[in-house]
Design a protein around this ligand. Sequence first.
Ligand code: NAP
Ligand code: F7E
Length: 347
Amino acid sequence: MTTQRALITGIFGQDAAYLARHLIDQGYEIIGTHRRTSTNNSWRLRELDVERHIRFEELELLEQSNIIHTLKETRPTEIYNLAAQSFVGSSFNQPIFTGEANALGVTRILEAIRVVDPEIRFYQASTSEMFGLVQETPQKETTAFYPRSPYGISKLYAHWMTKNYREAYGLHATSGILFNHESPLRGTEFVTRKITTHFAAIKFGLIDHVELGNLNACRDWGHARDYVEGMHAMVRHDEADDFVLASGQTHTIEDFANLAASVAGFKIEWEGEAEDRKAYNRETGKCIIKVNPRFYRPTEVDLLMGDAGKAKDVLGWAPRTNFENLVEEMMAADLDRQSRTDRFVSN
Ligand code: NAP
Ligand code: F7E
């Protein structure tokens, strides 16, 4: 069999690191693409010991000619489009950039595939944010979409473009509708890792408390390591299609904070409601969590809970890491990182 060559966009992101690890273990050659930055941003690839196996190329989602030339020069057999402006909060302040990168960026890649080599298999990173104001629970492939942010809307455009290029031009273009997946390599702006980095810093006396937004939002959280295996299974499946990957369980932000606090060794007690809600360390009496409305979103996604039944039946995919193990792994990793420096760990 000829060697498979995967091009992964957004190679410096969380999912790309785990996917690169998985594909390298399967014997793949990896081309990792990134936008130009002034500093090296490859800490995740180093943590998983994959950096030395990757051929790096610059690829900017806003630049059509750059994408076409990169495909012509690197000749991948599979493309995993993981690059995106992926933070929902920022999408409200940067709706146009978010649309350019997440929506039109995908059209640019699909066009490049059509022109350069229509045999390339394509994976699009779709998201549970497309369900937004949910129309049924649990959410599955057939659930009606109702996105609630410029991010969700940009991803919905890309989702339909992927489907359209599949139907119109016969491309093997697959869309993975992934629910939240986290890990010790998660960006620190996302709520899970914001909590674990801040708890670690509180533990080591560097800060007093963390400020969060809506504590009642419910998310279906899994581990990125499990979800990238599902991406690969989708691309290797004979027919391109849409698949939900999810854990099937949902928890509030407060649940996540409670469990992370207990792993970090804090006994906490909650008082107050809404903006006045606070969590106190019972041993010291000090407040360690406060609500700051600055972190509220103009329109919120209140509840996500996915049904990954189709991925299980068709691909044989199921998550291996449960919520408790995920929180334990993330909290332990940040305690370990923080124990090795007196600077607040911020990546
Ligand atoms: P991530 O850590 O934020 O990584 C995204 C990567 O995209 C970053 O490395 C970023 O580059 C790159 N990027 C941003 N704008 C770009 C541009 N204009 N041109 C080229 N590259 C650009 O995201 P992730 O959590 O790994 O998620 C991977 C993908 O899955 C994303 O598309 C995300 O929207 C989607 N998704 C994620 C989840 C989840 O829960 N993690 C769930 C569903 C879908 P820099 O490193 O330079 O910032
Ligand atoms: O927010 C609430 C916030 O930013 C989760 C991305 O990977 O998953 C991710 O999007 C919830 C929201 O992730 C804070 O209001 C409370 O309800 O961790 P998050 P997200 O918005 O769910 C989807 C599937 C993606 O596709 C995205 O790319 O937590 N929340 N307090 C907070 N959120 C943040 N960030 N910070 C807070 O202080």
